[in-house]
Write a protein that binds this ligand. Structure first.
Ligand SMILES: [Zn+2]
Length: 253
């Protein structure tokens, strides 16, 4: 799909929803832009605190393109966009690829300003029994992101990843020349960060540097508690635009 062929932002936003992360919201986790519990007086949400504990190193910063809750059109698209199984929906794949392409065109400079330059983009493989090219790697290819870089930087070992706990053994990397190479990680869904942080650990253990992560959508559960509900209500009240995304991301904190 050529960029010029992609649906315009209005169509994508109407179909999928674009919910700007709370870059200036005091309820936002400064790491993943989910909600945090103000009462514990830390800058990270409980999931990110657990990840720091299990990996022993601070996880790389995350830039979610959008937040989502379920049920929603975004959630549906994220569950049926992969080119496998009977639930596959081409339209979901195309809309998510459009969202990624538009985001990249509008906001990748802001990402570079905040994270610094990278040498390579590492797409995170699915930990289901699916072909690598079915998920985020396929979206990145359709969106013409990192088209020249098809290296399998990390591979899933089959080791299970608990939703709330990073697993240093979940991925391996057989790639050469990791030492000093700077990576931007790219994934579709961020729930607890366990997948992303596990892959990050594998790359950094081999001498790579992870400057940050871009994810299409960070899951919010407004029903979890009052903080989550208040955070979500504030997010959906903000006007969705790429300008607002970039302004928020580059002036956060
Ligand atoms: Zn967090």
């Amino acid at each position: 799909m050529m960029f010029s062929d992609t649906p315009n932002l209005r169509l994508v936003v109407n179909a999928m929803g674009l919910v700007i992360p709370g870059f200036k919201d005091p309820l936002a986790c400064q790491q993943c832009w989910g909600w945090r519990e103000l009462c514990d007086n830390r800058s990270l949400c409980s999931s990110c605190q657990v990840s720091v504990g299990s990996l022993g190193i601070p996880p790389p910063p995350v830039a979610p393109i959008t937040l989502y809750a379920k049920p929603s059109a975004m959630r549906d698209a994220l569950t049926n966009y992969k080119r496998i199984g009977e639930d596959f929906q081409q339209r979901s794949h195309d809309l998510l690829a459009s969202l990624l392409a538009r985001f990249w065109a509008q906001c990748s400079l802001a990402i570079r300003q905040q994270f610094g330059e990278w040498d390579s983009i590492c797409t995170i493989p699915s930990t289901q029994e699916t072909p690598r090219a079915s998920g985020i790697a396929s979206l990145a290819e359709s969106a013409r992101i990192a088209a020249a870089d098809t290296t399998d930087w990390v591979r899933w070992t089959g080791s299970r990843i608990d939703p709330q706990q990073s697993n240093p053994d979940a991925f391996v990397s057989n790639a050469a020349q990791l030492l000093g190479r700077r990576f931007l990680l790219l994934d579709d869904v961020f729930t607890s960060g366990a997948h992303l942080y596990s892959a990050s650990h594998t790359l950094t253990a081999r001498g790579g540097v992870v400057v940050g992560c871009v994810v299409i959508a960070r899951r919010i559960n407004p029903h979890f508690n009052q903080y989550a509900q208040t955070y979500w209500d504030g997010r959906i009240g903000e006007t969705p635009s790429w300008e607002n995304w970039c302004n928020g991301f580059t002036t956060k904190g």
